[in-house]
Design a binder for this molecule. Structure first.
Ligand SMILES: [Cu+2]
Length: 295
């Protein structure tokens, strides 16, 4: 009896909650739920901040010589340049650096996204499928850049602005907290692609991300707070954060070369103090090279 009445109450509460939420949104935004904390757009919630990106990992997507949509370049050529994505040194988010030139003369403002699938060998941008959207948000309603956590993880132009038409070049640098260089999670984009579109969504060109620096393959622990409470792991906060990152990168660079970062597990999470203080000369050079590359 008691369980039944609790259940009834729960159903009634949820019902009221849902109707209150849906009535405040338009029909164009069927998936948005308004909560006391703000709108929630994804079926799996809003995008979550990724704070355990492995330090020193860099991916690069360089556009090919020929466009996918040939009519965008009637005189030949293609969009030039690349998107470089670097794990934030503190592990929180990814720094995106766009440097593009030879933009199409019309069809803007241009939009671009991380797409779910890589570009196949034949260069077919359609095969990259939809935007990277691990929280199952969909494209509607359009991204509100003031609430980036409610946007699709892959909707970079939605979150940070479209590329204006009428200029030959475009550069941007920003930190996205929701994308990840941490292999194995939905927000990981290293095995995916970037697609450059006309404003009307026509796919002009696309490129795959490729690993250009692996940071030594030593990921930061996923359960950062719990690991930090132990005595064997230096606490990565404040002034120590950079030093800790440097140490991990340097140590890893000495012991590992090209292996891709692996998701942390019980056996890889703890970093012994003895290991972390061993910084070889080669490691320092590798770190300096990584910084130079980022600049
Ligand atoms: Cu796209």
């Amino acid at each position: 009896m008691r369980a039944t009445s609790v259940f009834s109450l729960l159903v009634a509460t949820v019902g009221t909650h849902v109707s209150a939420q849906t009535s405040s949104t338009s029909s164009a935004a069927p998936s948005t739920t308004i909560t006391p904390e703000g709108p929630v757009t994804g079926k799996l919630g809003n995008a979550t901040v990724v704070s355990n990106n492995p330090a020193g990992v860099v991916y690069k997507a360089a556009f090919p010589e020929a466009p996918f949509f040939k009519a965008a370049y009637p005189d030949g050529g293609n969009l030039k340049g690349a998107v470089i994505a670097t794990a934030n040194p503190d592990g929180k988010g990814v720094l995106f650096k766009l440097k593009l030139s030879n933009l199409p003369k019309s069809g803007g403002p241009f939009i671009y996204h991380l797409h779910v699938n890589p570009v196949p060998e034949n260069g077919n941008c359609t095969a990259t499928l939809a935007h990277q959207d691990p929280f199952v948000r969909g494209e509607d309603p359009v991204c509100d850049k003031n609430l980036p956590e409610t946007c699709q993880v892959g909707d970079l132009s939605g979150k940070y602005g479209a590329i204006p038409e009428g200029k030959d070049t475009f550069e941007a640098n920003y930190l996205d907290l929701y994308a990840s260089t941490h292999e194995g999670i939905g927000a990981f984009f290293g095995n995916r692609s970037i697609v450059f579109h006309y404003a009307n969504k026509t796919r002009v060109s696309c490129a795959n991300f490729e690993l250009v620096a692996d940071g030594g393959g030593v990921p930061l622990p996923s359960a950062e707070t719990s690991v930090c409470s132990t005595s064997i792991h230096p606490h990565p906060t404040g002034a120590n954060a950079t030093r800790t990152t440097t140490t991990i990168l340097s140590t890893g660079a000495v012991t590992s070369s090209t292996s891709a970062p692996t998701p942390p597990s019980a056996s890889t999470v703890p970093i012994a103090a003895g290991t972390s203080v061993r910084v070889g000369g080669a490691g320092v050079i590798a770190f300096a090279a990584a910084i130079m590359f980022m600049l």
